[in-house]
Design a protein around this ligand. Sequence first.
Ligand code: EPS
Length: 387
Amino acid sequence: MRFLTAGESHGPMLTAIIEGFPANLPLTADFINQELARRQMGYGRGGRMQIEQDQVEILSGVRNGLTMGSPITLQIKNRDWVNWAEVMSPAPGADMTTKKITRPRPGHADLTGSIKYDQGDMRNILERSSARETASRVAVGAVAKALLKEMDIMVFGRVVAIGGIKDTNPLPGIPWEELFSQVENSPVRCFDEQVSENILRMIDQAKKEGDTLGGVFEIIITKVPAGLGSHVHWERKIDGRLAGALMSIQGIKGVEVGLGIQSADQPGSKVHDEIGYEENNGFFRYSNHAGGIEGGMSNGEPIVIRAAMKPIPTLMKPLNTVDRATKEKLTAQVERSDVCAVPAACVVGEAVAAWEIARSLQEKFGGDTLEEMKERVKKYRIYLRQV
Ligand code: EPS
């Protein structure tokens, strides 16, 4: 299973092609659109989200609401394109001056990208490095989620910190659905209402000061059978794959699994999860410090991974920089942008994690059709309860 995305932030559209997905999976544009809408929510977004109302068009691979096994093409139109048609035109004669960028933003792909690809106009870099691209990945992740749903696997994210304001409470011992629905109702995807409110104030303050905020989100994946991924070779380790997927989201600077960095501070007796056995239910762990992954494999406990996003590099009160062409010391270019996109990144985190789980599931169980895959997963789950 693989996918490619294409498209510029202010180009006509974003496109994704998924290849290797099983046939007969129920899939509708409505289901994908719900995920796209979730990504667009979140307090702290800028003017662009008022313009876009992301809607997917399924252009191939699906017929009569079911996948056919052939490549699936997804397309999301950029509504903002009408305002950029001359600037972003692929034809010779495009307007190359009105929106030209030569003053790179510290922390952005602008400068290094423009040197690497030798582009005098850094717009040619930011158009693709923009987190607008994540809309495509959320659409792809929605397809993966549709497959996981068939196996009863749920992927969900919550924000645990923004701008240094943290929800330090452990995961509340309530049913997942309850936790998820409370998170879904928070404008910053935060479970704790008081923390949510403090974060809202913090975002308002940052906006007033022309600044931006980063934060941390947590992805929880439930009912993953033990044994996805493998210890036998580096690129098959599921923690490596999930971490790589999360790190590939724009702005992410750190990822941890379970206790993560903290596990380095404590003795083994406090870190490792003791093993239990229940007849007819199989092996389990008494705690989940490992975040559901040991030896590069899922161990049957919920997978819990966190990712840290840096503050967005486009500051309304810009930092110092050097002009690409004149080498003059100036302040960075100011573009319309967001103050905080951590809640949106959290939804993107769900999508990329869902993809990696779906991919690992398909590697273990194979199957050209949904029925084959489901049957094999069902049998394996019986084995896990009896082993
Ligand atoms: C982004 C800058 C802003 C964001 C954009 C990511 O876009 P614009 O320059 O058009 O105002 O809104 O995010 C999206 C468009 C999106 O769909 O998430 C950037 O520079 O990364």
